[in-house]
Design a protein around this ligand. Sequence first.
Ligand SMILES: [Zn+2]
Length: 348
Amino acid sequence: MKVSQLTADDVEIYIDSEFKARLPAQSEQEREEMIREIEHAGRFVGTICCWRDGKGALTLLDGHHRYDYWLGRREETPIGPPVVEEILLPEREAALDWMDSHALAGRNLNSKQASAIRGRRYNRKKPAAHRPKKGGQIAPLSDEGEKGGQTAPLSAATVADETGVSEDTIKRDGQYAAALDVIRKVNGKAATDLESGDLKLSKSDTIKMAALEPADISHCLKNLRYGSKWNEGLDNGAPEKTPQPEQPKDTAGRVIPEGLRDVFGVSRSASSMLNSAARYINEVLKLDIPTMPQSAVKVALKDLKAAVKAGLAHAVCPYCKGRGCQHCGQHGYVTKDQWDGIPEERRK
Ligand SMILES: [Zn+2]
């Protein structure tokens, strides 16, 4: 496979937007780990993989994040450029399949990402009568020899074998991946966020959503962004249509008024970031540095958590129901401490 030992500075590398969109977004933590790894090793670890497309452009398949990092740093860093490896693939579909199988093998994927990738591989491999074979080569990478005949169930068995899940799972994955492809056409970012879990929706609801008209899909995606139930306000075919649609609620079970949803939303994010920070500090403690004042750090961490949590939106102000009053300092919501100071009978 390896035909060159070129570096990213020797060649012009082309970024294909469809390929790039397929990659799960890199979390802040993953980015930090990547940078640590590069700096620790004093070089780029692993090659960045490219494929020469039909027009002869060297297209990036794997290593987008490292390549990005290189482009941003090459003037200032003593680290040499990453080595480029050219992967020989006959066509675009094969390149996408290579990316998917590579992603399955390499990264820490969440269950939805893994499901979407398995499903794409299954959908791609499933023998399709309408897809003409070009020169007998469709997907050379997946030429593991389907056992006896070209039927869809056997293809599911092949992907199931490769990935260690059941055939039924593969078939459901196929539906999920197809649903994401439909949603991707409406809103590419949303499809990526559904896969990564940044937008929360079950696989079965994702499949239901994809069956809607594009305008309705857009509507549902907005619902998700604003923390409403995904199918709220759909007038056709919403499975659980009730006169009072479900709305986001605070910890006291009070519906959060529209104008306060952002602050409750970011409070939730802040709370999960705080948990990540705490996990990092706990990792630091596990390093067992002899001079580390373990208990002092633990106490400081506890104080830090309390301080941050004390600032988060906890409940809609029961006095003004969110409009803003002297009790809540015109914010419309109260913090946990404020809430605890409100008499029981007022909280209801
Ligand atoms: Zn108030």
